[in-house]
Write a protein that binds this ligand. Structure first.
Ligand code: BG6
Length: 485
């Protein structure tokens, strides 16, 4: 048995029978992320012993037709779908504009209970356009599917995909709506970056290693960088992306939540509400944008082929870089440089903590390179610390090198995909890596402060395959910082 399986088996044995219903089972999200994750998990045995999947979409198919579709889609993605997963799937055709088309859903889920001689935990995955979330919640409630089973101690949970609203107001509205159908403990708002191993490691690195806490503040940290760079172009998602742009697509969720994990105070315990409370404090402390700040601290760009590839005339940004500060006493005055973009030289996501250089040391050491602690989230999962050493030989010459902790060497390549981890947490009812309502709203509040200034900001053009607009380099250098990559 592999180390990863050993590690997971302690959880699996405790998992209750589970029936997962995915709404939007023919969409890109399901095909690119969810079903591959489920397929891999089930093949590896990292799954509840009694698991059923109900795949829902509009297409008027039978289960067999859906399964053939699935096999083809996996093949087109150079993947093989697990036979065990295929045998766990039933397909249900439901038209998201016609409530009556869902009349039979309760019967399908009920039949599974009868076959299993027990109730299943009922998990619902909303992987559709958010405009259907209300309709789906309503359908489920009316069908009596939101009642948990006290006799078998079975739960009902819902997982909601991004985008969670399109601004603070719509996010609040959506939270309010979901909270009329579900309790907060039943709602899983996903941000798949929080399921990536290195992002999960942030809390462990910060709070299990006692030497870091005393230097994790404005006295010792010069600046922090969070970059999520992608080489892929927008491609076939152009219709969605054109209305969204880099700031809403990547900054509002992945980047701000990683920043919050990097800056937050120590939680008293690793409980979801404690973690959310500390992250929320950070998100609320971020200085909002004003017209003056947008002029100096924001760069947006668009790669040169964007319009021609989608036939669009849009001003949508495919790149954004910004300087952010926080009013939290620990971080006052420390700049945070955030950057994301598509069509760049390479795919890499990193958080780098740049330490200050102290002046009160022997003059021979004043030229030492600053210490930089970098969490590489992808592609090469690792934690590195840039340090100074003595060069071998006579005299005292400095040599800069990295202390590296590489996941692939340490864990023999067994790094679960983010969706695998998050699906397992959803199944076992662990909300720690999911977002609380307030966090989503606070992140939107910050992003909402930027949006009005996009219109007048210069949209810098950059060539696909480069490192982004030069203006982004100038943005950091004028504050004495630099991008690590
Ligand atoms: C998604 C964004 O949330 O994350 C995409 O909508 C982006 O635009 C993707 O490409 C990146 O995720 P990953 O895990 O493939 O790096």
């Amino acid at each position: 048995m592999t180390a990863m399986k050993e590690n997971f088996h302690q959880y699996i044995e405790k998992l209750p029978p589970t029936i997962l219903t995915i709404f939007g089972a023919t969409g890109d999200l399901s095909l690119d992320y969810l079903l591959p994750a489920l397929s891999h998990m089930i093949e590896e045995g990292i799954f509840p012993p009694n698991f059923r999947l109900v795949a829902v979409s509009r297409r008027p198919w039978t289960t067999d037709e859906y399964l053939s579709f699935l096999k083809q889609e996996f093949k087109a993605r150079n993947r093989v779908v697990s036979e065990k997963l295929l045998s766990a799937i039933s397909y249900f055709a439901g038209d998201f504009d016609h409530k009556s088309s869902f009349n039979a859903l309760a019967g399908v889920l009920g039949d599974k209970d009868i076959q299993a001689h027990s109730c299943f935990n009922r998990l619902f995955y909303f992987a559709t356009d958010p405009k259907y979330f209300e309709f789906l919640s309503h359908v489920l409630k009316d069908a009596g599917l939101l009642k948990s089973c006290a006799k078998h101690n079975r739960m009902v949970r819902v997982l909601v995909e991004k985008p969670f609203g399109s601004n603070e107001q719509t996010a609040k509205k959506l939270n309010k709506l979901l909270l009329t159908y579900f309790k907060e403990q039943q709602i899983y708002r996903i941000d798949h970056f929080l399921g990536k191993e290195v992002v999960q490691n942030l809390l462990v690195m910060r709070f299990a290693n006692d030497f870091l806490e005393p230097v994790w503040n404005r006295e010792h940290i010069d600046h922090i960088e969070v970059s999520v760079l992608e080489s892929e172009l927008v491609g076939k998602r152009v219709n969605f992306y054109d209305k969204t742009g880099a700031i809403k697509d990547m900054l509002q969720n992945h980047i701000l939540h990683m920043l919050a994990l990097t800056l937050m105070d120590r939680p008293q315990k690793l409980a979801p509400e404690e973690i959310a409370k500390q992250k929320l404090k950070i998100l609320r402390s971020l200085q909002l944008f004003t017209a003056a700040k947008a002029k100096t601290d924001l760069v947006i760009g668009q790669y040169s082929d964007y319009r021609s590839s989608g036939g669009l005339k849009s001003e949508t940004e495919t790149f954004a870089a910004l300087k952010v500060t926080s009013s939290h006493p620990r971080w006052k005055g420390v700049p945070f440089f955030l950057r994301t973009g598509k069509g760049l030289a390479r795919k890499v996501a990193e958080i780098s903590i740049h330490f200050k250089q102290q002046k009160n040391k022997p003059k021979e050491f004043l030229t030492a390179a600053p210490n930089v602690l970098t969490f590489q989230i992808q592609p090469d999962e690792s934690v590195r610390m840039q340090i100074s050493n003595k060069t071998v030989g006579f005299g005292v010459e400095l040599h800069t090198a990295d202390l590296v902790f590489g996941y692939k060497e340490a864990f023999k390549h067994e790094i679960p995909a983010a969706y695998e981890r998050l699906l397992l947490d959803f199944i076992q009812g662990d909300q720690r890596l999911f977002l609380a309502s307030g966090e989503v709203e606070a992140a939107w509040r910050f992003v909402d402060s930027i949006i009005p200034y996009l219109e007048n900001a210069t949209l810098e053009r950059y060539l696909p395959g480069c490192n982004g607009p030069k203006a982004a380099d100038k943005l950091v250098s004028k504050y004495g910082g630099w991008w690590t990559k």
